[in-house]
Design a binder for this molecule. Structure first.
Ligand code: AMP
Length: 287
């Protein structure tokens, strides 16, 4: 496995792969790897001749008062896991190299960033879209692999790629969960044992809604009512939002006749968790 840190080296490597006709898959991450990251790498590995993983805790996507400074980091462990996953290049850029003094160009994706996490985290998706656009220009992948766990992010990136005619395909992969249903996340380490118990209400509520939808309840308000009650009833838990939305536009759906996504975010103690699941099936990628 090669370690690259400078944007110029990364771009040189990418140009070389394209010159000799090799395909490249790319998994952007903020590190502190878990099975969710490793599954994306496994998929990328199987898809292309070369696999690049970036590890960059992007300051631009954290708001003031968010967890940028304490975001979990363990670079040595991540390096070992990436090596075992068959990663060809681990790209570890320094913030000052991606955002030099006088940096002033940002990517704003408009409609799909307005609601949901975009409403609670102003500027977050601008930070995500900007860094991902930069990374795409450095890694020049044929496929960029994202987890559907961060569903809104996936929609935002896909929209950006479409709108800017970026020459790559965005692939979304299913959410990897702990045995008890909790969606894997680097932020789960923040949870105390009691909070972790409360956090299970997110995946449990989603599962119940999926089952009820399958059994014929297609009214969004009825399904959401139970989700809200279930999550809000847990100790130390505050629901940020729970919505049933169109998978493409993220606009609210009242009656589920086509596939829809139940998407939610909640604070458990000081930790903000997100989760989502498809209702009514999803042809391309079973949840
Ligand atoms: P992060 O390091 O949290 O920025 O995540 C890097 C990539 O891993 C993103 O595409 C995430 O959507 C994806 N990811 C994070 N958690 C999971 C999970 N539990 N299952 C699948 N993908 C995930």
């Amino acid at each position: 496995m090669e370690y690259l840190t400078s944007p110029q080296e990364m771009q040189y490597w990418a140009n070389e792969q394209r010159r000799v006709g090799r395909t490249v898959a790319f998994v952007p991450t903020m590190g502190y790897f878990h099975q969710g990251h490793l599954k994306l790498m496994e998929y990328g590995r199987s898809r292309a001749d070369r696999l690049v993983v970036s590890l960059f805790v992007n300051p631009l996507q954290f708001g003031p008062g968010e967890d940028f400074a304490r975001y979990p980091r363990d670079e040595k462990r991540d390096q070992a896991l990436a090596q075992m996953a068959g990663v060809d290049v681990l790209f570890l850029p320094a913030p000052e190299d991606l955002y030099p003094v006088h940096f002033q160009t940002y990517v704003t994706v408009e409609k799909v960033t307005q609601g949901l996490c975009g409403a609670s985290r102003p500027g977050h998706f601008r930070g995500v879209a900007t860094v991902v656009a930069k990374l795409f220009n450095l890694v020049k992948p044929h496929w960029a692999i994202f987890g559907l766990k961060d569903y809104q992010q996936y929609v935002v990136i896909r929209q950006m790629v479409r709108d800017l005619n970026l020459d790559l395909e965005v692939v979304g992969r299913p959410t990897i969960r702990e045995n008890d249903g909790l969606a894997m996340s680097s932020r789960n380490v923040y949870l105390s044992p009691q909070e972790r118990g409360s956090a299970l209400s997110l995946s449990a509520a989603l599962k119940t809604a999926q089952e009820r939808c399958r059994a014929g309840e297609h009214r969004a308000a009825i399904l959401l009512d139970e989700v809200v009650r279930r999550i809000s009833g847990q100790p130390d838990t505050r629901l940020d939002y729970a919505r049933i939305v169109d998978p493409e536009t993220l606009e609210g759906v009242e009656f589920i006749k086509d596939p829809a996504v139940l998407i939610l975010a909640a604070w458990v103690g000081k930790t903000r968790l997100i989760d989502n699941g498809f209702l009514g099936g999803y042809p391309d990628c079973p949840a």
